[in-house]
Design a protein around this ligand. Structure first.
Ligand SMILES: [Zn+2]
Length: 376
């Protein structure tokens, strides 16, 4: 069986159908991440990229005048979190699951560092759990110092308060996911415009089933190995062709434990994705099932290539309705506090919550966030 966290028999067809969509997204930039993930304890698999949701403007009026108007559907959580421009000034905590949660006490990755530059600044997604920000900073510096990597171009982490996003990822919601471009950093500081416009480069060759040796290099192997070797990294997500290249580069070595953490997934040939485990002390963070313990270079990879080369499934006879977007009620209860703190009237801290109160200096933060909220 292919990676059990992703596939169960009949889901293969659905995946094949979304593969082309994901590829399209990937080609548009570095927003290919639809990292489907399953919590360690849940039984349902989160579906892949749901198409953009529809609003309920087509709701029919009831025939009988006496029937009360139905309550409007709740605002999608992605609209609430997508409007947040500043972090929740609380104790840092990843709340919920990678694809269903939010982030308290986020820290911003500086847009320029000694060995990295953050990209797509207009998205304001360079926020993460302080542990993730520290990890990215350490990774960039060590890759430069030990792997000959000239520096990292860093894509999306999370929104200032995490949560679902209006565009792009399913995951990246709790501040523990980061996208790193396969394109090395140029040896100059990029302008803000360049950070918006510069395209990431795919590592795939024309066959889309193998890496392009003109772009793929031993240094790529080294940095992915480094990422996967960090104890706090739980997974590194890459395209199956890249996983294959990593397996081949490691064929003669017995140091293979890190390979098991490198998980194949669609997309992820313009960037790779590092996912941290729940940080110590992050009560309310829902862990993902650990990856299989083998190196994943055998049957799992063979199955992925069978999937990549099979003809696309015919469209379903009946169109599958899109999954409704997540609402605030579906996220951990504390995400309401994360959303509200410092925005409107102060929230009474509930005794059972361990979130720290907002700091006094959050006044200006509150002001700008309030403005945002009022625009909604
Ligand atoms: Zn990602």
């Amino acid at each position: 069986m292919i990676d059990a966290e992703l596939f169960r028999g009949h889901r293969l067809q659905a995946w094949a159908a979304v593969a082309s969509m994901i590829a399209l997204i990937a080609n548009a930039g570095d927003l290919s991440a639809n990292e489907v993930a399953k919590p360690a304890t849940a039984t349902a698999v989160v579906p892949a990229a749901a198409p953009a949701s529809t609003t309920s403007t087509e709701t029919e009026k009831p025939a009988a005048a006496a029937v009360a108007e139905p309550a409007p559907p709740p605002t999608p959580a992605k609209e609430l979190f997508g409007a947040m421009t500043s972090p929740a000034q609380l104790e840092a905590r990843a709340l919920g699951f990678y694809s269903k949660g939010c982030l308290a006490g986020a820290r911003a990755l500086p847009v320029d560092g000694p060995a990295w530059q953050a990209m797509r600044l207009s998205r304001n997604r360079n926020w993460g759990h302080p542990g993730l920000v520290a990890l990215v900073e350490k990774f960039a510096v060590e890759a430069r110092d030990f792997d000959g990597w000239p520096g990292m171009l860093v894509g999306d982490l999370s929104q200032p308060r995490g949560g679902p996003m209006l565009t792009g990822h399913n995951s990246h919601q709790i501040g523990l996911d980061a996208d790193i471009w396969f394109t090395p950093m140029p040896d100059r500081r990029l302008s803000n415009k360049e950070r918006e416009d510069l395209s990431a480069v795919s590592m795939l060759g024309p066959d889309k089933l193998s890496v392009d040796d003109k772009r793929w290099s031993p240094a790529h192997v080294q940095i992915i190995k480094r990422a996967a070797t960090y104890q706090e990294v739980e997974r590194v997500l890459v395209h199956p062709a890249i996983k294959k290249a990593l397996c081949e580069a490691s064929a003669s070595t017995t140091d293979r434990a890190w390979l098991g953490k490198v998980r194949p997934i669609f997309g992820h040939h313009y960037h790779f994705h590092i996912r941290m485990s729940c940080p110590p002390g992050s009560a309310g963070c829902v862990a993902q099932a650990p990856p299989p313990t083998d190196d994943g270079c055998g049957k799992e990879l063979t199955d992925w290539f069978a999937l990549l080369t099979r003809p696309p499934a015919p469209p379903p006879a009946k169109p599958v309705p899109p999954k409704p977007p997540l609402t605030l009620d579906q996220l951990p209860a504390e995400c309401r506090t994360v959303l509200e703190v410092g925005i409107a009237k102060p929230v009474e801290p509930a005794p059972q919550r361990s979130l720290a109160p907002a700091s006094a200096k959050s006044k200006s933060v509150a002001k700008s966030a309030e403005k945002t909220l009022n625009q909604k």
